[in-house]
Design a protein around this ligand. Sequence first.
Ligand code: CAA
Length: 244
Amino acid sequence: MQEKPVAVVTGGVRGIGRAIAEELVEEGYHVVVTYCNSEGQAEKMRELFRNKVDIKRADVSNQDEVDTLFNDIMEHYGRLDVLVNNAGITQDKTFHKMGANEWHQVIDVNLNGTFYCCNRAIPVMREKNFGRIINISSIVGQKGNFGQANYAASKAGMLGLTKTLALENAVKGITVNAICPGFIETDMVSAIPDEVKTKIQDEIPMKRFGTAREVARAVRFLASRDAAYITGQELNINGGLLTH
Ligand code: CAA
């Protein structure tokens, strides 16, 4: 069995996921990172983190691929301590223009992908009486966003799942929390049209976008033993854009 604790970060070769993987490596975890399409970034990360990070291709919206991923992890390492459900996509369109395809793709990756991973992780964690699950939701799941009905629904769904899993697994030493980032400097935010981006930045009380590192540090804390009494929570990292 792997001596170091094992953490899985989905969608972890770029953006927020990459920063989370780096923080967890620094904290002493053996980190398994998944990616779906970013082959180039996966290769770069493989070279940089040889022996420290295990980088696997898995489409989290495909239950068979998620099953293979978790079977491999258990076979190789025999343990699973932390799961960070970070893999996510957008397909922004105003709702009256949105087709079923855009709806299903986003729900399949963001929400169903989280379900498939939790579905495999929870039984292992229950057996060990220990586990940390951190779901990367979004401010958009809390307040909605113009052009993001599909994404907002997926991220709000993650919050309901988080709270229920927290209740059901509290007595088994498993904590389940969500992080709700606001607008963070990533490829996803870069893709927002310039005039919309300026408007959003203007509305943020701190007048800037967040950094992936600012999100990753919070994940590192929630994954730690120090966060043992925190479960079922939504942690907002949004520069004051939503306060509640
Ligand atoms: N608020 C109010 N009005 C808006 C608006 C907004 N945020 N965005 C667009 N509109 C308005 C436009 O000004 C335009 O108005 P007029 O017709 O009066 O000129 C109208 O809506 C355009 O509507 P359409 O249906 O024609 O929309 P479109 O096809 O041009 O595209 C859009 C609309 C896809 C929503 C595009 O504006 C866009 O990509 N917006 C960014 C969406 C966004 O914020 N995404 C966040 C990505 S980051 C992320 O998701 C990470 C996270 O967790 C936060």
